[in-house]
Design a protein around this ligand. Structure first.
Ligand code: GDP
Ligand code: IMO
Ligand code: MG
Length: 412
């Protein structure tokens, strides 16, 4: 298969980074197609943890990495991520490419995101929403403008001043931009041309989604969403690869549900059990460090996300986190005013008033940590997986049993 899209089927942090890194070994190119530093994708190789916010998660394999036109990128933030990644810049000169049509994030976007509205949504404060507002309003800056640094700096200075940014902070920012702009100018490409060329010459391409389906600006739990299309259409518009060149879609599903920021989380556990799962699963944001809101697996969430994205298969993540539980619950449907609901509501008022109905499984009470073969799993864990497959109607082809690259079961 030539192209594979990796998409979260919940509210983000499903483990996309781990799977992209895992699959990247066999790939030629990895493309990030939307979002920006709001993402935090964790990859653990030989016990060493890397968190990528902007760099595609194929970067550790030394594969060609493209930051697509659908992204919003703070150049100074990207420079700092590269500096702290420990990856040699000379290596990146052979592997990292940036679409000249990606949009840029500047200090005033971050300042605006830190305001009352961003706080209400519980954003990551990385300037994502305000940068996409500028893009849609046709007042943004594309990455290609970095070729003409003097006029770009004038533009940043005047926008920041109009938005009341501290001038010392802006000067400091522009000083940092001076250091990295030339290097970034050398990384610019026509992203849509490159990704199609790669596909047409039979390269294997991974398109790496950020966030998750229910944070999508169109399909998510609006207004508690991010400002981009995190779902399958975003993979096409954000990379330039047309829909008919998407060959495989892998839905990433955590074995339970987490959410960061505000908005409805129907199966949330606010008790000691939730606290236990948060600790065992280390559910603290990879970008902001905020505790993630933990709850049971919600199959309405996963089923409808699989439909919206046309997911072919599921990678089930963090199964090991459930190892010690006596009982495991899974929401199979909701109830509203005595009526059964099987499809995740698009009406947020309906969602607000619904209560989840659960199927209860007895736990396997056995360690699955680090297992690499399906046969090694306890029968009760297999039952849990079979139930998910039946309910969603697509196979679970990968099961993750730990954060490490090797702690992965592959079934096909
Ligand atoms: P992403 O945003 O979808 O890439 O996911 P994050 O990196 O934000 O969050 C996933 C977290 O779970 C990271 O800390 C991973 O290292 C960790 N992780 C991934 N897969 C597993 C797994 O199977 N078991 C455990 N225990 N941790 C995992
Ligand atoms: P990855 O790619 C989880 C959430 C924020 C907030 C909402 C809007 O690591 O899965 P934004 O800063 O995008 O305007 O915030 O979306 N959010 C994420 N939650 N994982 C992410 O990314 C997220 N990116 C944004 O917490 O609720
Ligand atoms: Mg994350």
């Amino acid at each position: 298969m030539a192209s594979t899209v990796v998409i979260g089927l919940q509210w983000g942090d499903e483990g996309k980074g781990k799977i992209v890194d895992y699959l990247a070994e066999q790939a030629d190119m990895v493309v990030r197609y939307q979002g920006g530093q709001n993402a935090g994708h964790t990859v653990v190789v030989a016990g060493k943890k890397s968190v990528f916010h902007l760099l595609p998660s194929g970067v550790l394999h030394g594969k060609k990495c493209l930051m697509g036109n659908g992204m919003v990128i703070d150049p100074v933030g990207l420079w700092e991520e590269i500096e702290t990644s420990g990856i040699d810049r000379q290596v990146l000169e052979k592997t990292l490419y940036i679409s000249d049509r990606a949009h840029m994030i500047f200090p005033y976007h971050k300042q605006s995101d830190a305001g009352e509205h961003g706080q209400k949504i519980g954003t990551t404060g990385k300037g994502i929403g305000p940068a996409y507002v500028d893009k849609v309003n046709r007042t943004g800056s594309v990455f290609g403008e970095i070729r003409n640094l003097l006029s770009l700096k004038d533009k940043i200075r005047s926008r920041c001043s109009a938005e009341g940014c501290d001038s010392t902070m802006v000067d400091e920012y522009l000083g940092k931009l001076d250091v990295c702009a030339g290097w970034f100018a050398s990384r610019l490409v026509n992203g849509a041309y490159e990704v199609n060329k790669a596909y047409d010459q039979d390269d294997s391409i991974i398109l790496e989604g950020a966030q998750g389906t229910w944070l999508d600006i169109d399909h998510g739990t609006y207004p508690f969403v991010t400002s981009s299309n995190t779902t399958i259409g975003g993979a096409c518009t954000g990379s330039g690869l047309p829909a008919k060149k998407i060959d495989r879609v892998i839905g990433i599903v955590k074995a339970y549900t987490t959410r960061v920021g505000a908005g409805k989380h129907p199966t949330e556990l606010t008790d000691d059990l939730g606290e236990y799962i948060r600790k065992r699963g280390n559910e603290f944001g990879a970008t902001t460090g905020r505790p993630r809101r933990v709850g049971w697996l919600d199959l309405l969430v996963v089923r409808q996300a699989a439909v919206i994205n046309g997911a072919d298969e599921i990678a089930l993540m963090k199964l090991d986190v459930l190892d010690e539980l006596d009982e495991i619950k899974v929401a199979t449907h909701y109830m509203l005013a005595g009526q059964r609901i099987d499809v995740f509501p698009s009406d947020m008022d309906e969602l607000e008033r619904s209560t989840p109905a659960y199927e209860t499984f007895s736990g396997w009470k056995q360690s699955t940590v680090g297992l690499t073969r399906y046969e090694q799993l306890p029968d009760k864990a297999k039952e849990y997986i079979n139930f998910i497959e039946k309910q969603v109607g697509i196979p679970v082809t990968m099961i993750s049993t730990g954060p490490g690259r090797e702690e992965t079961i592959r079934r096909k």
